[in-house]
Ligand binder design. Sequence first.
Ligand code: SF4
Ligand code: MSK
Length: 655
Amino acid sequence: MVEKENKSIDQATNEMIEKAASDGCSVVFDRAESMKPCPIGSVGSCCQNCSMGPCRVPLTKGKEETPEAKKKRRGVCGATAETIAARYFARMVASGTAAHSDHARKVTETFLAVARGEAPGYQIKDEQKLLQLALDLGVEISERSNEEIAIDIGEIAMKEFGRQEGEILFLKRAPLKRQELWRKQGVTPRGIDREVVEIMHRTHMGVDQEYKSLLKQAVRTSLADGWGGSMIATELQDVMFGTPAPVLGRINLGILREDEVNLIIHGHEPQLAEMLAVVAQDPQIVEYAISKGAKGINLAGMCCTANEILMRHGIPLAGNFLQQELAIVTGVLDAIVVDVQCIMQGLADVAQCYHTKVITTDSRARIEGAMHIEFDEHNAAEIARDIIRTAIDNFPNRSGSIRVPKQETDLIAGFSHETINYLMGGLFRASYRPLNDNIINGRIRGVAGVVGCNNARVTHDSAHVAMVKELIKNDVLVLQTGCSAMACAKAGLMVPEAAAEYAGEGLASVCEAIGIPPVLHLGSCVDNARILVAATMMVKDGGLGDDVSDLPVAGAAPEWMSEKAISIGQYFVGSGIFTVFGVNWPTLGSKGVTDFLFKDFEEMYGGMWAFEADPIKAAQLMIEHIDKKRKALGIDKARDRILYDMEARRELDAA
Ligand code: SF4
Ligand code: MSK
């Protein structure tokens, strides 16, 4: 076993890493020690797109590249380092978009089944959002039932995946200037699946071999994610399961209970989790748990499925990405139920050391060695019951060492953009105007979206927390999703009291007046679409320019690891938002590609990428960008209120 010091800034995580070692069980932190990243692949200099390769075209370290040396850096087919890096990057975007969008497709199928009365146990919970969606999509409302309206909405949404021409419908929500820019640059996505397929085609051996052209398609595809798949998922989930509103929750491994049946749901799609949340409260099933010697059933979440059910039900979060195996290490986890995405195959091995049952539930995501109970929305309650009974039946099988860390932290979640709107402006004057006003008067310097994963190459949670503390100290309001939100929640940044303790004076004064934390939890990975909507609302409420790229905002994923994060970052950038990533950068093997993404994109899209592994320096880059935008808007200096007398007014009129 390897040295376990400082793997995380979270005490509960470190404690469980130690316990795993003493139990003789290897976890992700151990595997990261023994498996070092490939220095050539990690910078996008290895191509495996045909069987003449893999071709590796590394930069010679520490040497300025001569034109002759550059000429030699080619794959067997002649592909340049630029083509190889751009293809690698574009494929990451395609995979991330595919993941979010296949999630959205499944949600749309469930939505249609609910509307058609074929999914008992589910219902349309948010009528207001349903009607708003109908208006946005041009669906007739008149005297029609919610179900009739929902069928039309579901069918329109489903067509977005297979659309072959035209423009994805939710793009209309963006500021007009942004829509025009996308058309001018030729990156307006036609249909979600089409853009993904086109990247796979273009990056096949011997097709698109011009890096700028490849990256253009990457932008187009990512927009099909942010303004397409992810937005569809978020909108339909809100209608079916309820639009999140502020809710008190708890987070960290300390939420597991020694005397209860512990069941964690992990992954991304909330359909099964929603039903588990209902069935776990059924008196009959609780009685069954008691009959096996437990005091009750403790349902908790992990990763983004956790965020979904936290936002809507206040169900506790066991932890983020790098804690998934550690929940098993406690020895009290009776079952971990997984759906799709970010589920480590290592779960099955770790479960061998303990009694935990790993249950896969989706035909698209099977794991060797795991039990499989397939989810079907047409029969969801029965399947949920089956899963919970499996966990209960496993409760008496606990054996070996048990230790549950004490750490659990309160957080407030549930900040959908509708909630922010309401909190800022009130029920009858819901608006982003107060946010804009406070940005204009300088109390809030700007807004940052800090999102994304954990990465075993970085001290767990450290970069998220350091970056977010630096931002709020400098009066930047932070919006979060995914595992990043969980890191900051564990650090105590998602309670209103955090404003006085960590935020700058201006931001703290606004948070205290409204009663919000300085760091707002907006949900799961697909809910990054909420950040796009929030940015658009800021533009539409006026005073901060006429496009997203005019806003004093920035984005970041300081511990990213998944291809979905690259897709998210790319649609932030394509929507006009400066975005900085940590850990490593997947095109550093090509100066041309990297410069294009980091510099030329600003000219083309008003937003660009940056890479900075140090989270404080990265936060400072974001603040510099925010200040640059404030200056361009003429709000860089606090404005004195000027009271004009009649003479001054006459001078103004004459001017
Ligand atoms: Fe090598 Fe070209 Fe094949 Fe890639 S496509 S593996 S660079 S020969
Ligand atoms: S779960 S994509 S590790 S944020 Fe959305 Fe966390 Fe990243 Fe998965």
